[in-house]
Design a protein around this ligand. Sequence first.
Ligand code: ADP
Ligand code: MG
Length: 373
Amino acid sequence: MTEEGADQVSPIRKLTREVAGKIAAGEVIERPGSVVKELVENALDASANRIVCSLQEGGKRLIRIEDDGSGIPAGELPLAVENFSTSKIADAGDINHVRTLGFRGEALASICAVSNLTIRSRATDEEVGREMEWSGGTNLKDSPCVRNPGTEVEVRDLFFNIPARRKFLSSGASELRRITSIIQSFALAFPDVHLQLIENTRDILSYPAASPAERVGVVFGTDLSKQLKQFDKRFGRLHLHGFVSTPDVTRSNRSLQFLFVNHRYVKDRMLIHAIHQAYRSLIPGDRFPLVALFLEVPADEIDVNVHPAKAEVRFTTPGEMFSAVQRALRRALLAHSPVPSLNTQVRWTPPPPRRFGATADEGGWSDHRTPGE
Ligand code: ADP
Ligand code: MG
């Protein structure tokens, strides 16, 4: 808007690449935790066995993610930080059966636009690596580098060029708490990957490769995990497995509820409600069970492209998922303790379609009296 005032109509202009890049980045990268999530996803997509995340000031000053994955071929490194550049899908149809965690080709471009970024990578089948450095999207350095196969991405001074964004970041301690929880969720979903979180020189988390049950033990802590019940159920094409706490072990919040759809950590109101229903009448309404729930569904039965940070998915048959989760958990609880069977089954009513930027979905639930399970 010009100085003359609000009634002065400005002509439509194409924003410069720099401004457009900053705006787009804001959708994907909200805080240090978003950077960590995107970079760990990239490492996992590159089949890394070991991922080390190092931070300074809760990631506000520095985030460094090192992996021993397949690496970025030297000739492709400049392209990796361009918008919509990905090796994971080739056409629109591929979005319907994505098996990787990433697919939009936007994360590195977004991070590059709003930080001081260095990438050092060497592809497994190449002799030398390549190192490139950018500041706010401008390339500053490009040279060969000697390193083991794999990738190291270093993100310094996130949002240094968007002061309004930087100002809204929380304290280092609170950004660190968020990142800790993100790494814990990856740790549950990928027990066979060695994951480490370091702040300054302090080891915050260290998870050597383990079995799913051992991994749950270290993430939830030995005492709590002894109270968890493992379950594994199949309903046709749906496979549900994981760990739930007995009704006598609960929390006052949902911080120990981790939900995954095809190994993707999601926040999903429908799944949360299905869990709540499984524990109905077993725990007080203001208590929350501990849950690590893994739902495996055919890739073409979910839409993963519905949320800027990929934190939500849309199911083609939400009602079926809802009842499967409710039943699997209830059976797991029944198998281990004298839990009354359900005589009221709650069905999921799908929410209206959502768009990016819309507020939380307005799905509804309704009680339907049905015979017990
Ligand atoms: P996306 O993950 O959606 O493809 P990104 O912007 O996160 O998009 O990454 C762009 C591309 O860079 C990826 O498709 C991949 O080919 C490459 N890449 C990024 N990080 C890594 C990594 N740690 N190891 C190997 N390749 C990577
Ligand atoms: Mg990615």
